[in-house]
Design a protein around this ligand. Structure first.
Ligand SMILES: Cc1ncc(COP(=O)(O)O)c(C=O)c1O
Length: 369
């Protein structure tokens, strides 16, 4: 698989060049806008003293690190603010590979493609563990494949693309397997505000120096362009991650961090609840249509993606393009995420046009039958 330019960009470009109006269900960009306090934080920043326009501390501005640490119930020193969860994942994986003797990375299949691309980029070897029918990674399967060769186990909960959410038992198992094999569990929790089951358990609740939690505000505050994320690290990896971060970035962006800090302080629960409710409704609308047209699908327990499979219409890149051309709906081909869901298509529900998409999919499917 080619990772220089993920398939994602290819599909986006194809959809943008299409002659017909297309509902974009490719990207993971929230459409509902940030909380007001975020904009106020930015405006406030623009008016601040020039000293505030200079380098921030490399590991993140102190109020933001403290705020994150308080919310996550950890010491501030353990939090490093990064350029989105993307950088937090990169630093955690690179540092984990350097700190452990193995060179193998255990990844779920299907998987968010940046992990597999990054594994190869870092000179490690991915081993894919297929998820079950419901899209869940079974800890027993992970245990079976883990060995002294394993340096990293990467899990993502709630999951992109399957919508799986892992509860306390599974997370405890994942951490224990990492520890037993002298490996590091990297738990990417960027969709933690989008749990529809109440089952979600952060890996942070399992005390261990064999796990890192990565997260960001890209999805929870609807600001994928701001690039503010963080890693919560075990003591033994803090210095190595801090150094990598500093030598790569010098520091993160101060205005973005200031605005996020303000948003965290001044945004109440209702903002997050509204967004969850909105997504619940969209999932309902979309899956009702999938039922009506007889498509297979995985109902997400969390996150904002639905994987669906249409009869005699495998989710190849070619069929993804046909769906854009003939239905005006753009999804992601399942093959972008690995082997086990290569026949499926992934639809992102971060668009106000989910109903349009359902009407178009119904017309497309009935036109083919
Ligand atoms: C599982 C997962 N991790 C990380 C990211 C990237 O997050 P960020 O924008 O914070 O870098 C995404 C973006 O879609 C994602 O789906």
């Amino acid at each position: 698989m080619e990772y220089d330019r993920p398939l994602f960009y290819h599909v986006m470009k194809y959809a943008a060049a299409s002659q017909r109006d297309t509902v974009d269900m490719v990207s993971g960009n929230p459409d509902w806008g940030p909380p007001d306090a975020l904009r106020e934080g930015l405006i406030d920043y623009a008016d601040s003293d020039p000293s505030q326009f200079q380098y921030p501390p490399s590991e993140g501005i102190s109020p933001l690190r403290r705020e994150i640490a308080d919310r996550r119930g950890v010491e501030t020193e353990r939090v490093i603010v990064t350029n989105g969860a993307g950088e937090a994942n990169h630093l955690s994986m690179a540092t984990g590979l350097a700190a452990h003797s193995g060179t193998e990375v255990l990844l779920a299949d299907p998987v968010y493609p940046y992990y597999s691309g990054r594994t190869t980029l870092l000179g490690a070897t991915p081993t894919f563990v297929p998820v079950d029918e419901a899209g869940q990674l079974d800890p027993d399967d992970v245990r079976e494949r883990a060995s002294e060769e394993t340096a990293l186990i990467v899990v993502n909960t709630p999951n992109n693309p399957t919508g799986a959410v892992y509860g306390p038992d599974a997370m405890t198992e994942f951490v224990a397997i990492a520890k037993a094999n002298d490996a590091l569990l990297v738990s990417d929790e960027v969709y933690d505000h989008f749990d529809y089951t109440g089952e979600f358990e952060s890996a942070l609740s399992i005390d261990s120096d064999h796990r890192v939690v990565t997260n960001s505000f890209s999805k929870s505050l609807g600001i994928t362009g701001f690039r503010v994320g963080y890693a919560v690290l075990p003591e033994r990896l803090i210095e190595a991650v801090r150094t990598r971060h500093m030598l790569t970035n010098v520091a993160g962006s101060r205005p973005a961090q200031r605005a996020v800090y303000r948003a965290l302080r001044e945004t109440d629960r209702s903002y997050y609840e509204r967004n969850r409710d909105r997504l619940r409704e969209r999932i309902e609308t979309f899956t009702q249509t999938l039922d009506a047209i007889g498509a297979d699908y995985t109902r997400p327990d969390g996150g904002f993606y639905v994987l669906a499979r249409f009869e005699e219409f495998p989710g190849t890149l070619e069929n993804t393009k046909r769906l854009i051309d003939e239905a005006g709906v753009a999804g992601m081909p399942g093959e972008a995420f690995g082997q086990t869901r290569a026949d499926w298509l992934r639809f992102a529900l971060v668009t106000p046009r989910v109903e349009d998409a359902t009407t178009r999919l119904e017309a497309f499917v009935s036109g083919r039958s």
